[in-house]
Structures are given as C-alpha cells and as structure tokens.
Design a protein around this ligand. Sequence first.
Ligand code: NAD
Length: 434
Amino acid sequence: MDHQVNVNDTLSYQEPAPIKDKENPFESMMERFDVAAEMLGLERGVYEYLKTPVKQVIVSIPIQMDNGEVEIFEGYRVIHNDILGPSKGGLRFAPDVNLDEIKALAAWMTWKCAVVNIPFGGAKGGVRCDPSKLTPVELEKITRRYTANMLDIFGEDRDIPAPDMGTNEQVMAWIMDTYSMHMKRTATAVVTGKPLIIGGSVGRREATGRGVMIVTLGAMEKLGMKPKETSVVVQGFGNVGSISAQLVQQQGCNVIGIGDVTGGYYNKKGLDVEKAIEWVRKHKVLNGFPGAEKITQAELLELECDVLVPAAKEDQITPKNAGKIKAKIICEGANGPTMAKADPILRDKGIVVIPDILANAGGVTVSYFEWVQDRVGYFWSIERVNRRLERMMKNAFEAVYSTAEHYKVSLRIGAYIIAIDKVARTLKLRGIYA
Ligand code: NAD
C-alpha cells in the first residue's frame, strides 16, 4: 500500500536548511566581521564594543496628510560608531525599513569610512514610509519633523546624514533648512548630497561610479588585464551602474551587458553606453533599448565576461548562482550584493571580489569633500575633486590589496581587517571614558 504522507507526520529526517533569497543584513555583516576580528585577535571587550551601536534612536513622526487625516510614521537613526569622527550615513525612506537593517547599514558605514581613511564614524537613518505614495507636501513634512526629532543627534560635528534609497537632494535641502532654522544660522555642513546651489559639491553625483571605475582598473592591472581586451557587465543602470558603465567604457573597456529592473540587455560586440543613458533619460528604464538583445536578470549575471559590476541592490549573488558566474573580477557597486554564503564559492572559483565597503566608497569620499568645502566656505573645481577622489580610492585599494596578500585572505576580509584595526587602535588611544 502506498504510504500517504500526512502533513501532520513528524519528519524523521533533518530537512536541509533552505537557501534564503534574503540575508539578515546584520548577520551577513557580522559573518565577515567575525573572520577579520579573529585574524586580528581582537580582545573580547573590543569585539563587543565594535559590534554594538553607540546610539539607536526611534522616533514617531505624526503628520497631517493632505486629506486631513493624521498618520504616524516611525523614524530611526543608528550611530554605530563615532570614534573616528562625526558619524556619517544616508537616510532611507522605504516601506520596509526596520531597525535591524539600519543597524547593519550603520556598521557598514563605519567600516567604509575607515577603509577609505576619512575622519568619520558610521551611521544610518530611515523612515518607514512609501515615498512613491506621498505627495511632495507630505514628504516635506515627514522630513522636517524627522529632522526636528533628531536635533540632538544631527550636527556638523556630530552626525551628518546624506541621501540613500527614497531620498534625494531635495530631502537634504529640507533637512539643512530645518536644522538651520532651529540653530538660527545657515548650517550647510549638517548634510551632504545637497543641491550645488546650497553647498553641494561638484562631482558628488558621479563619485560612486567613478570610484567603481578606479578600483576596477586597479584590480585589472593586478591581474594583467588590459582595458581594450576587457568585457564588462553591469547590473543596475541608475546612478551607480550607469556612471560606472560610462566611465569604464571611456577607459577603453567593452561594456557587453547592462540591466535594470526591466531585464538584461546584451550585445557581444559592445553596447553604446551613452545611448543607453540617453534612452533612460527619456524612457526612465532600459526596456526597448535598441542595439541589444534582451535577456533575463539571471542570464545577465551569468554572462561570459571579464568584469561584473552588481550595482542594483543587495543579495544578487547567492549560493545558487555564484557557481555560474564567469567573470574574473566582481566589483560591488551596490551595498551587500553578495550574500555571505556565496563568498566561499566565489573564492574557490578564483574570482576577485572588490568588496562594497571599498568599491562604492567613492560616494562617501566626495561627501567628505562636500563637508570640508562647506566648513571652509571655499568650493573646489571638478578637477580637484576628481583628482583627490582618485588618489584616495587608489590608496585605499592598494592598502586593501596588500593587507589581503599579507593575511592570505580575500579583498573583502582584507578591507574589514583594515577598518576594524583602525577603529580598534583609535579606541585604545582614546581609551574608555568612565
Ligand atoms: P538607483 O535607484 O539610482 O538605481 C538602481 C538601479 O537598479 C536601477 O536601474 C533599477 O532599475 C535597478 N534595479 C532595481 N532592482 C533591480 C533588480 N531586481 N534587478 C536588476 N536591476 C534592478 O540607485 P543607486 O544610487 O545607483 O544605488 C544602487 C546601489 O548602490 C544600492 O545598493 C546603493 O545602496 C548603492 N550605493 C549607492 C551610492 C550612491 O552614491 N548612489 C553610494 C554607495 C552605494
């Protein structure tokens, strides 16, 4: 007789743990952190100190909506660490923002600032709301009330927000204005990523993509790859992806694949990135872009190519697809595009991964330049911004590369070692105030 499986039967064997499509971002960060901390032989107390955010703030934001109803939104700001200087990190407006995610992103900012050697600690903020469903007036009210709730947290010398998912230059302008009204002076340096006219920096918009290009070329040089013989695939065609694609193409690389939320676009002979940017400017998305074959998101990541730049979102390279990736170099334009569980698969395949905390740090580096310019009240030329960005990204890349060689670890763990070591040594020098 056939044995009918009853859903209530107790399973007599252990189900293998399912491969998750999404990782808990804090756990994912800690998996890498733990490896580096062990290599450095961190003392338990220092380990606990570096793991724990110094401040976690939750505020309620009551807003009278356009229809007259009052709605309450929840806002967060987490300062992970401020031992290297004022904390720095973006502000995210999204419907699924939560404290755990903000905690992980804040810690990432601490490591990112330390890797590129800028005098900032790490922070992140968020408001749980759907900006696509809010009117400009509602968005402005949320931003201003959130800022008013954070007056004791924010400050040019304390904590400096910047744009992230769902926020933009306009939101930064409202934060700057609200803070300035309360302080009774114009405080441009309290946020970065502002419009140029109110103290933004030239080159900020392109900075993350420019940083991606600089470290990609650095890794190519180490592997003896020449731009003219290098094919590149870029996932994500927003700020980071489109600029990265444009700049590596200008350096002579052949961009054969690009993609966005509408799918992948492939041309073995090479795509015209300028035309694709023009297309997106007109049509918002790549869909319908001529001169390329449409492929799926999955196919795009698995294309035969030399360099893959994931520049869309987190958890794109997973234990399921890591084995199928053919690129020699992965340059993480996005934050957290590779799941921690995919790291060993990529390592065994000999793929060089330039980790997010280094690869996309061009943005926060030029944010630092913006803060410096605001504080001095003297604004730099684009040449100066780009030259200094290039120098800082190259220095950071070389430091990560040699640390990884020294410890015989991946570039990711090398980057974490540099960052953790720097923050831990600063802690030792400053000591613990009691
Ligand atoms: P963006 O909104 O300008 O662009 C995102 C792009 O990804 C769009 O082209 C979108 O269509 C595409 N996309 C979204 N979902 C996708 C999916 N499932 N598959 C394929 N493509 C998809 O965002 P951005 O500013 O370019 O940021 C991209 C990533 O880089 C994020 O992880 C962000 O945190 C990170 N980052 C951005 C900056 C910056 O300065 N903008 C700095 C550091 C890190």
